[in-house]
Design a protein around this ligand. Structure first.
Ligand code: ADP
Ligand code: 3PG
Ligand code: MG
Length: 396
């Protein structure tokens, strides 16, 4: 990975303007921020600058408004929330495509101020690498900061084309971005072994390429969730009415041949039946009417020693439908075991993926592992490709 400049090492001068791309794509409920994890994780970068009298101009997306101004995707509630967290006013600038108006809004802001522009995805050009849009944003600031790991896998204007408008010594990586990159690098380049991966979840075809790479790098890959269903099917077992992706079964078959010694599948599963009965059965005994919803208790016991003897662990994808209590035991057990491995053995543990991070949150382990990524797709892409467009753009 190329060298990038940490914001925290940079000497900040009062009155300088920094345009900072953040990922404040946070869940809202009743017009208010529902989970502010991503916002809180960007506070150190913002505070570092305003404490030294710099002016911070924040750019973020929220949702996928597809180049249209849609009030339900306005960042205004996020700006209000940020001002509470910072205990200072955040100047919110309404949507405008007029560069002069934009400059008019911010020309008199005082040193130490925080300004937030409206959702970058209200501009059709954000997802299209629009040069004029990049120019307009670049004209507002002296420096560029990427503190938006979660969206750094997107080659979007504010992530990729905007930093290129600044001289390379005026582009910085924020501390959160760096922490995410370091976690990814440790997984990619670390030498401590055993390296154990837990792969689960439902987005199978999105992840098979990464799974193949992880299989080549890790010592063991424990497979749960709907991902496991594909492998059980590939082994010729009956999976009843379980959710899985037919297209992935062929690949699972190939991977089973190539990595037989590394792949660890469930030995038992929790199933539901049409009459809503729930039971735990051996993987060889799934009835035609059954749907696999979680890994079973015996599987957890088979997996435990792999996890407790690991030196590095990467987890992506819940191993069951953890959102529903009857199917949450597998995922909760994984949480408890990896937290134990980290706390008692110092195992390096990274949790990545939108729903996997939600599970880590739900089962209260987010401060009991090495790193819970703020990116879903971004962490997976980083592990797959070794770098991301948003990272590349900082040193190109
Ligand atoms: P992430 O967002 O962490 O990358 P995914 O989006 O791939 O993970 O998958 C998460 C979803 O997978 C969860 O909502 C969970 O309910 C679902 N899931 C887990 N196991 C199963 C299963 N056996 N059958 C169907 N869905 C499952
Ligand atoms: C995320 O929530 O994963 C990031 O903010 C990226 O959002 P996107 O998938 O809409 O690009
Ligand atoms: Mg998901």
């Amino acid at each position: 990975m190329q060298r990038i400049k940490p914001l925290m090492d940079h000497f900040v001068v009062r009155g300088e303007r920094y345009i900072m791309r953040v990922d404040f794509n946070v869940p809202l409920k009743d017009g208010k921020v529902f989970d502010d994890t991503r916002i809180k994780k960007s506070l150190p970068a913002i505070k570092h600058l305003i404490d030294k009298g710099a002016i911070v101009i924040l750019l973020s997306h929220l949702g996928r408004p597809k180049g249209k101004v849609k009030p339900e995707f306005s960042l205004r509630p996020v700006a209000s929330h940020l001002s509470v967290l910072l205990q200072q006013e955040v100047f919110f600038i309404p949507f405008t495509e007029d560069k002069e108006i934009l400059h008019e809004y911010i020309k008199d802001v005082l040193p130490g101020s925080v300004v937030m522009l409206e959702n970058v995805r209200f501009y059709p050009g954000e997802t299209q690498g629009d040069d004029n849009l990049a120019e307009m944003w670049a004209s507002l600031a002296d420096f560029y900061v990427n503190e938006a790991f979660g969206v750094s896998h997107r080659k979007h204007t504010s992530v990729y084309h905007l930093p290129l408008k600044f001289p390379v010594d005026k582009r910085f990586a924020g501390p959160l971005l760096l922490k995410e990159i370091e976690a990814g690098r440790e997984l990619l380049e670390g030498t401590s072994r055993p390296y154990v991966v837990i792969a689960g979840g439902a987005k199978i075809s999105d992840k098979v390429k990464l799974l193949e790479k992880l299989l080549s790098e890790a010592d063991k890959v424990l497979i749960g969730g709907a991902m496991a269903t594909c492998f059980l099917k590939a082994k010729g077992l009956n999976v009843g009415k379980s959710f899985f992706e037919e297209e992935a079964v062929n690949l699972a078959e190939q991977l089973l041949k190539e990595y037989e010694d590394k792949i660890v599948l469930p030995v038992d599963v929790v199933i539901t039946l049409p009459n809503n009965n729930i039971s735990e059965v051996a993987v060889s005994n799934v009835p035609d009417e059954g749907s696999i919803m979680d890994i079973g208790h015996r599987t957890v016991e088979v997996w435990r020693p792999y996890l407790l003897s690991a030196q590095r662990i990467f987890w992506n994808g819940p191993v069951g439908v953890f959102e529903e209590e009857p199917f949450s035991n597998g995922t909760k057990s994984i949480c408890d075991i990896i937290a134990q491995a980290h706390q008692e053995q110092g195992t390096f543990v990274v949790v990545g993926g939108g729903d996997t991070a939600a599970a880590a949150n739900k089962f209260s382990i987010k401060d009991k592992v090495s790193h819970v990524s703020t990116g879903g797709g971004a962490m997976l892409k980083l592990l797959e490709a070794g770098t991301l467009p948003g990272i590349e753009a900082l040193s190109k």
